[in-house]
Write a protein that binds this ligand. Structure first.
Ligand code: ADP
Length: 603
């Protein structure tokens, strides 16, 4: 058996699985063993004395218990085949059983030989029935019965009954042979079927892996492409913004607004696709920071009051329930979700008002549940359409794409993000009356009471001052745009196309501000910032603003850690840049304060 295993691995595996299955069946039917011992003891009692039958019963019970214990141990490592322990112990316990036919055989009862033969044949059948898929094991384990049969035959040697008893051998053997053959045939069929199934499963798994790989490739392709498309879009939108600041004819201005609107739409589509691919790949990062609920509310509603007013809509903000002052969470993502809901509310409402309600419920000493309700008096959504609402690329009314743009990805992203934060979004709506979208999310409370406001230092801004700025950016279009903007705003810009050149220039030429891109060839912006801060040059204390292509807070933090004082997201928002320029004369401290404020707004 052991040799066979090493010669033929597959046959070995098969035998191991046969052994495992047989043992499992034996263990599952343990109680039958004791039933049969009891029935044999009764059979014995019929032909031998009570004492002998009892002694046999107790001895065999003990052997059976021992065998049960060994079988349980062997079954844990039966994957290597039967081994030697199981057949050895089984053979010893069968010896106890084989004593029963011998006891009957040598008793004086006239029915003794009949009982003895019946017990013997019964014993063989039991062993072969249990081990019918391993006939060799069955032969070994039933050898005590064979020994008993030989003893019985030997006692008849020279008498005519010898031949009568011997004549029972062929029909007993034939019966056992049929039992084994039928089992093997059936198991052969099962094996073929199982092999076929295993093959099918393997094919299915390969197909599934291929589909998953293709899906992953699609996601990463979409992710890379949308990321890469944002850089040229930055050029297009920046140039359009600059163009807007020049003298233009009416038609030109109209064409320009088409470029800017289309560009903005394309950019938000790219951002949505990027978010979607990140969510699908499980790579969307969430941070947990302490955030003031007041600030958060302002950040949520900030852009929409004006948008609603521009459409002639009312905008109401209501706060109710248990509202803590500081909670822990990801303000960036919460804002992203709620901005989506608020922007839809304003977009799909032509008259009436949009209400933003924050409801807080204290659920534990340091836990709060927020329900953010965005209610509008707009077109509403039909019951059938509500079902489709959170599926990607679904727009309830196809004409809304033509009227309002949009991708149908917003709500899908919003719900998935809420889910990742442990919350959800629900919606109730009535056609013609309006909708209410509710985002529910729980948060850890850092502080329930309102903190005493820290005295704010008012620093006077020096406006309109001409500043000298070093623009470090490898992309020629972006560099040109920034330089042109600085020129048009009355500032003097020097440029450098990588970090190393910037460090060299900054060594001797003093600047009021350094705008530093992060990803650049030769030397990246973070290294350059560190060298400027750590070196002996004249710009050690000059405010540095990093340009970040990603909205990820880790990237922003990396910039601040390198010694920068603020960051600007790409594509550059020139209004934010203009505001920044007014803070530059106040030095690093002022820029840093604005940078943090921006972080709040951008987030
Ligand atoms: P989109 O980018 O098209 O706005 P969303 O996933 O945010 O994508 O919204 C999907 C669709 O759900 C919208 O196109 C619109 O038809 C419908 N919808 C969303 N919010 C509202 C609302 N407040 N009122 C009416 N319809 C809405």
């Amino acid at each position: 058996m052991v040799e066979a295993d090493s010669i033929d691995g597959i046959a070995g595996d098969q035998k191991a699985s046969d052994a495992a299955q047989a043992l499992k069946a034996i263990l599952q039917t343990q109680y039958l063993r004791y039933l049969i011992i009891a029935s044999w003891a009764i059979g014995l009692l019929g032909v031998v004395g009570g004492v002998e039958a009892l002694v046999w019963f107790v001895g065999t019970l003990a052997a059976g218990a021992l065998r049960g214990a060994v079988e349980r141990r062997v079954s844990r490592r039966v994957d290597k085949g039967w081994g030697l322990v199981f057949p050895a112990v089984a053979t010893i316990t069968t010896t106890a059983w084989a004593v029963a036919p011998l006891l009957a055989w040598f008793s004086d009862n006239p029915f003794a030989s009949t009982t003895a033969v019946a017990l013997l044949i019964g014993g063989y059948v039991l062993v072969f029935a249990q081990l019918r898929s391993s006939p060799r094991q069955a032969l070994v384990i039933s050898s005590p019965y064979s020994a008993a049969a030989l003893i019985m035959l030997g006692s008849l040697w020279g008498t005519p009954q010898f031949w009568s008893l011997l004549a029972l051998v062929p029909f007993t053997a034939a019966g056992l042979f049929v039992l084994v053959m039928m089992t093997m045939l059936r198991e052969g069929r099962i094996r073929v079927f199982q092999e076929h199934q295993a093959h099918l499963i393997e094919e299915l798994e390969t197909a599934r892996d291929k589909a998953a790989a293709a899906n992953e490739a699609k996601s990463s392709f979409l992710g890379v492409i949308s990321h890469e498309l944002r850089t040229p879009m930055n050029g297009v939108l920046g140039a359009a913004q600059l163009l807007g600041a020049t003298r233009l004819e009416g038609t030109q201005r109209e064409y320009l607004s088409i470029i800017r609107n289309s560009g903005d739409n394309l950019l938000s589509l790219l951002n949505d696709i990027l978010d979607m691919t990140k969510i699908e790949a499980g790579k969307m990062t969430f941070e947990t920071v302490d955030v003031s609920v007041d600030d958060l509310s302002k950040r949520i509603t900030g852009p929409f009051e004006a948008q609603a007013a521009a459409k002639g809509l009312g905008f109401e903000q209501i706060t109710e329930g248990d509202i803590p002052s500081v909670v822990r969470g990801d303000p960036l993502r919460v804002c992203q979700v709620l901005h989506n809901l608020l922007s839809n509310a304003v977009k799909f409402t032509d008259q009436g008002a949009v209400t933003f309600r924050t409801r807080g419920t204290r659920i534990a000493a340091n836990r709060v549940r927020f329900d953010f309700l965005v209610t509008d008096t707009g077109s509403g959504i039909s019951r059938a359409d509500l079902e489709l609402l959170f599926q990607p690329f679904t727009q309830v009314d196809a004409s809304s794409t033509r009227r309002f743009g949009g991708t149908g990805l917003g709500l899908t992203i919003a719900r998935r993000m809420s889910n990742i934060m442990g919350g959800d979004i629900s919606v109730s709506s009535e056609v013609g009356r309006g909708s209410t979208f509710t985002m529910t999310v729980e948060a850890e409370v850092v502080e329930w009471a309102k903190p005493v406001p820290i005295e704010t230092r008012v620093v006077e801004r020096v406006e309109g001052q001409a500043l000298s700025v070093l623009v470090v950016e490898d992309h020629p279009v972006n560099r040109m745009i920034l330089e042109a903007w600085m020129g048009s705003a009355g500032h003097a810009a020097s440029t450098a196309e990588n970090g190393q050149i910037a460090v060299e220039i900054a060594q001797h030429q003093p600047f009021d501000l350094i705008i530093m891109d992060v990803n650049m060839p030769v030397m990246d912006g973070l290294t350059a910032t560190r060298m400027i801060r750590g070196g002996q040059g004249v710009n050690r204390e000059t405010p540095v603003v990093v340009l970040s292509a990603s909205a990820r807070s880790e990237d922003h933090q990396a910039g601040l850690d390198a010694g920068a004082d603020a960051y600007l997201n790409k594509p550059i928002d020139f209004a934010a840049l203009a505001e920044l320029m007014t803070h530059v004369p106040g030095g690093r401290e002022q820029v840093r304060q604005l940078g943090l404020a921006h972080e709040a707004v951008a987030a």
